[in-house]
Design a protein around this ligand. Structure first.
Ligand SMILES: Nc1ncnc2c1ncn2[C@@H]1O[C@H](COP(=O)(O)OP(=O)(O)O)[C@@H](O)[C@H]1O
Ligand SMILES: O=C(CO)[C@@H](O)[C@H](O)COP(=O)(O)O
Length: 463
């Protein structure tokens, strides 16, 4: 049996799956935690990768491996390849005002949408570059190369030290704000406004089936991908599939042939990992909303799900707006969460739990609406990520989306997508790996809860 491995180096942890290259059957897995925080020394990710590989029984018998990673994180390297400062992650909001400045300095949102396909928000790598240039000019001056988490891990795994050997792929490059998914080129002129004209070295962008190199043990290393593009590959997503992911972020994305063009910046024009496009809408508040509510209620995640399901749909009028970490969609980096509609009668743990689940899901219904308005067909909603393990999420989602929700059996679909890419790099053929999925029908559509959520959101954001 030929074995291939896939890695998901995501916000909270590193996961490794080792699969049969022909069938995709998962043979072994491993995982290791990442430290909390929105600025992290990449060395922690390297250590977690090694721990996760060791837990998975090592990769001596693995023929090919690809790494998928959390998108956008900025890693600055000096000319000797040393990391210059903690990486600034996708959910680090210090770059919010840098993003606003960048938009103006490059001719406005429409120019960004036309030339790059992405309008900067705090998450986008270019905004982080601008923050470094404005606040840590000595770091900016010493920066000889910039790369993303998956680029850096791939480079480390290959034992490389030469900056010229950095590699990335289209999907992750397209989240930087200085690469266009539509043209397949870096937009060098962005560095004039984002990095004071400095031109650090950038990773070479590989095609989906290209090889980044071969390890000393003879393991072929694929191009890797951004985590959302890898999830699409792991789910074998095709036209009409809309992926809803509840990881640390909440994400709605779809594989399309044509790029979106959204000058509001809410729908980003990213690339997928198969040569197509991946219009994507992302929130800063995914599954951790549920963990925070469970913690506040003093229950574990399973009991929290049961508690939420013990309340009636609509939580008896309680509405939760889940902007606990600020928000990106809508773009409100300084926002906080809200609980509205409290009365003496409805102020119960069960209603608070239900309102938290409903608020989280409504924030994704909003994202789905935004992506649909870009002309993206939505035939099937496919829900994945840690939050999709929640019984309450699985049961409540169809009513709020107003359509059936397809639930693949719980698994690490980002890592599986990376493994599928590794098989492609190894053999030159993208294998078809089945994804057994449960279809959850709409018990009863609940448009009233979403309407109330939208009204409360408008109130909270002062519209
Ligand atoms: N049964 C569950 N109910 C609610 N949340 C869950 C459950 N299982 C896992 N999670 C949440 O899923 C998140 C991790 O999901 P994951 O997709 O691995 O995130 P990431 O890829 O961003 O690291 C955590 O916030 C965790 O609390
Ligand atoms: O910023 C985005 C996408 O634009 C996030 O989706 C990150 O890629 C982090 O992913 P998770 O850790 O939540 O999977």
């Amino acid at each position: 049996m030929t074995l291939v491995a896939g890695v998901d180096s995501s916000t909270q942890s590193c996961k490794v799956v080792i699969c049969d290259a022909d069938s995709g059957h998962v043979v072994r897995t491993g995982a290791a935690a990442h430290p909390p925080g929105t600025a992290v020394d990449p060395e922690h990710w390297w250590k977690a990768l090694q721990d996760a590989i060791a837990t998975a029984g090592g990769i001596d018998d693995v023929s090919a491996l690809s790494i998928a990673g959390q998108q956008h994180g900025l890693i600055c390297l000096d000319r000797d390849g040393a990391v210059l400062r903690d990486a600034l992650l996708w959910n680090d909001n210090r770059s919010a005002s840098s993003a606003r400045t960048l938009i103006g300095d490059f001719g406005g949102a429409s120019t960004w949408a036309d030339r790059v396909g992405v309008v900067p928000v705090a998450s986008i790598t270019a905004s982080k570059l601008r923050w470094v240039a404005d606040n840590e000019p000595e770091v900016a001056d010493a920066t000889a190369a910039v790369c993303l988490p998956h680029d850096w891990l791939t480079w480390r795994l290959l034992g490389a030290t030469d900056l010229a050997e950095l590699r990335t792929d289209r999907s992750d490059a397209s989240g930087t704000g200085y690469y266009s998914a539509a043209t397949g080129d870096y937009c060098d002129e962005v560095f004039d406004v984002a990095f004071g004209g400095r031109r650090p070295m950038l990773p070479r962008v590989l095609g989906p089936a290209e090889t980044a190199g071969v390890t000393a043990h003879g393991c072929v290393i694929g191009a890797g991908a951004g985590d959302n593009a890898a999830a699409a590959l792991g789910l074998m997503a095709s036209a009409g599939d809309c992926i809803v992911s509840l990881g640390t972020s909440g994400v709605v994305s779809a594989v399309t042939e044509t790029p979106p063009r959204d000058a509001s910046g809410l729908v980003a024009g990213f690339a997928d990992a198969s040569g197509r496009q991946l219009p994507l809408v992302c929130t800063l508040n995914g599954a951790p909303v549920l963990a925070a509510a469970a913690r506040m209620l003093g229950v574990g995640l399973d009991d929290f799900g049961a508690l939420a399901l013990s309340a009636e749909p609509g939580a008896d009028g309680l509405t939760m707006v889940p902007y606990l970490a600020g928000e990106r969609t809508p773009n409100l980096p300084d926002a906080t969460g809200s609980l509205a509609g409290i009365t003496a009668d409805n102020w119960t743990p069960a209603n608070v739990a239900r309102a938290s689940v409903e608020g989280l899901l409504c924030s994704l219904v909003y994202c789905l609406d935004l992506i649909s308005r870009q002309g993206v067909d939505v035939d099937r909603i496919v829900m994945v990520g840690g939050g999709a393990r929640s019984a309450a999420v699985r049961e409540i989602a169809p009513g709020l989306f107003g359509r059936a929700v397809h639930l693949p059996e719980p698994g690490e679909y980002v890592a599986r997508g990376a493994a599928r890419q590794a098989a492609w790099a190894l053999t030159g053929v993208l294998p078809r790996w089945p994804v057994p999925t449960e279809r959850r029908e709409v018990p009863h559509a609940d448009p009233a809860t979403y309407r109330r959520y939208r009204a409360v959101t408008d109130l909270v954001v002062g519209r």
